[in-house]
Ligand binder design. Structure first.
Ligand code: GDP
Length: 447
């Protein structure tokens, strides 16, 4: 998510706020300007943006820093929570019929990913609910649409009821009867998709709704169309009262304009996220995850929360002071290892970090036992050596003694020495960086 402007803008603004004990209105204004611009750039509806900024300002101004979070991080948390709120409640699934057939009517413009989503939804319901699913092909304006549904049905092993290009109302009536006779307990109806909303299509959909009396009316919207998706959703919703949206093609959308606008503009809650051409790329929509994704921060909030739980603030602060000073020694490194262990395994932490997705696999191979090994090496040193790493650096005799005492090799000890050096170097580099460099580092965190 390196190209995500909201996240990089925020990180820049955050740096400016670091070290402040309280947030002034001016600080917030400055930050909000960045947030506003990047939301508009992400194609979020302007009314949503306006409300969004107003809500954040209200929460952020004058708020004292929470224990363990610096002001910048705190604003990010407020922004994150607001992003989450704008996208709605946590993932609501399907409201299944308490008995008999659960009927789901799908609606959406042509090209929005409706047919693909039907295939995925069928697979999802079969898998999670063990239901016997059937599709009804009632998009009767394009022969290709029926063919496409039949192809997907074959691909996923779900029967498709179709009667060619007859009247959609009849097909739905007959299809539901067929489903009952054949002991299906979940039916997903494909309906007419056009390039634009028109009256004829809408009145047909209204009729189909009356015939099917569906438990759910799910609207597919293409995430890549930004706030247009929200306007389209609004038009559909006014006439059909959809129960949820399926946000499709999320794999191609990095900005979140559609996700952030739909609920507020149309009132339709987003229920599912569809993100790829494979049939298993379909899941309940989680506003929390989407908010983190839009911020380009992985699950960084979870990490911050975890860190504040696991680490005493004073302890963390003194660790930072130590890192910034030149006196960072083996005792400090040992403390750091312990802190990391308390926060959870290394691979988990990397998974939470922004931009770390790519190296997560590699990270899962990082053996947390390495920390234990290095800790044993440190405890084999004398107190003097731990406090003054140069003693070890200067004497090969000491190195041999420590290695032997810990039951490890001198190479192991050398790895530990370079870990200490790296920590120091990294801190020095970060302290000497200007904003531009830090920004580029945050854009390419894996470098
Ligand atoms: P419909 O006209 O609304 O039925 O849309 P389709 O299901 O035919 O999808 C339109 C195009 O978008 C097809 O080329 C699909 O392969 C593609 N598509 C659908 N869903 C996704 C998705 O989640 N991600 C990506 N990348 N492409 C998708």
């Amino acid at each position: 998510m390196a190209e995500n402007s909201l996240s990089s803008r925020l990180q820049m603004a955050m740096r400016r706020l670091t070290g402040r004990g309280i947030l002034t209105e001016k600080d917030i204004d400055e930050m909000m300007r960045e947030v506003r611009l990047s939301l508009l750039e992400a194609d979020v509806n302007f009314k949503v943006v306006k409300q969004f900024i107003a809500n954040i300002k209200e929460q952020a101004v004058g708020e004292k820093i929470l224990k363990g979070l610096n002001p910048g991080q705190q604003v990010v948390k407020i922004v994150h929570d607001e992003l989450k709120r704008v996208m709605g409640e946590d993932a609501e699934g399907i409201n299944y019929a308490s008995s008999g057939i659960t009927t789901i009517m799908t609606i959406g413009l042509q090209g929005s990913g409706k047919t693909t989503a039907i295939g995925k939804l069928g697979v999802y319901i079969r898998k999670t609910e063990k239901k016997n699913v059937m599709f009804i092909a009632a998009d009767v304006y394009r022969p290709a649409a029926i063919e496409q549904l039949v192809t997907i049905g074959k691909q996923v092993g779900i029967e498709v009821y179709e009667e060619g290009l007859k009247d959609a109302r009849d097909i739905v009536t007959n299809g539901l009867k067929y489903a009952k006779e054949n002991k299906y307990n979940c039916v997903i109806i494909d309906t007419a998709g056009r390039l634009h909303i028109d009256e004829k299509m809408m009145s047909e959909l209204v009729d189909v709704k009356a015939i099917a009396n569906p438990n759910e009316i799910l609207l597919t919207v293409d995430a890549m169309t930004g706030q247009d998706a929200a306007n389209i959703a609004k038009s559909f919703h006014e006439q059909l009262n959809a129960t949820g949206a399926i946000l499709t093609k999320l794999d191609g959308d990095t900005r979140g304009g559609a996700a952030l606008s739909i609920k507020e503009v149309s009132g339709i809650p987003i229920k599912f996220a569809s993100s790829g051409e494979h049939m298993d790329t379909f899941e309940l929509f989680h506003p929390e995850r989407m908010a983190s994704r839009i911020l380009g921060m992985g699950d960084v909030l979870t990490l911050i929360e975890k860190a504040t739980d696991a680490i005493d603030e004073d302890e963390a602060k003194s660790m930072m002071d130590k890192l910034m000073s030149d006196s960072f020694n083996y005792n400090d490194l040992l403390k750091q290892f312990k802190m990391i262990k308390r926060m959870g395994s290394m691979s988990k932490i990397l998974g939470f970090m922004p931009g770390m997705g790519k190296i997560k696999d590699a990270a899962s191979k990082i053996d947390d036992k390495q920390f234990d090994k290095m800790s044993v090496l440190i405890t084999s040193m004398t107190e003097k050596e731990r406090k003054d790493p140069s003693l070890i650096d200067k004497s090969s005799k000491r190195r041999e003694r420590v290695a032997k005492g810990s039951g490890m090799s001198v190479q192991d000890l050398n790895r530990l020495r370079s870990a200490l050096d790296q920590q120091k170097k990294m801190m020095k580099q970060m302290m000497n960086m200007d904003e531009k460099q830090l920004d580029s580092m945050s854009k390419n965190p894996t470098q």
